[in-house]
Design a protein around this ligand. Structure first.
Ligand SMILES: [Zn+2]
Ligand SMILES: [Zn+2]
Length: 125
């Protein structure tokens, strides 16, 4: 699946290069962290897919968004994902998962490389 690039705005050029399923947190039942790359302009960023079914009865909310991070952080996350033996298993407890599954005091997942006040953008098909 490919998406619209936030930088060059070309359609279907932004791809998920790596992704890892993370443990549920105080807000979401499903979390995956993704490394995104545009094949046209070379843009790189991080993406998050979150799914929650804890809202009102029968309601399910899905959130797919991206944010920018420096190249060093992106490379680090990419190699953490590559070191994990089971990136599709949210219950994996390897060192990479422990590193990427950090929580704040309210039990909310801490997004790697995300600076306070930083903007996110919706990921669109
Ligand atoms: Zn692009
Ligand atoms: Zn793992």
């Amino acid at each position: 699946m490919s998406f619209q690039c936030p930088q060059c705005t070309n359609l279907k050029t932004l791809r998920i290069i790596n992704s890892i399923e993370l443990a549920p947190d105080a807000r979401s039942d499903e979390i995956s962290l993704q490394v995104l790359g545009c094949r046209d302009c070379g843009y790189e960023g991080l993406g998050v897919y979150e799914e929650s079914s804890r809202g009102a009865l029968g309601s399910e909310s899905v959130d797919h968004y991206g944010y920018q991070a420096d190249k060093k952080t992106i490379r680090e996350i990419q190699s953490e994902i590559n070191r994990c033996p089971k990136p599709k298993d949210a219950r994996c407890n390897c060192r990479s998962h422990q590193k990427l599954n950090r929580r704040d005091q309210s039990g909310r997942w801490i997004r790697p490389g995300f600076k306070p006040g930083q903007k996110t953008y919706p990921i669109k098909l």
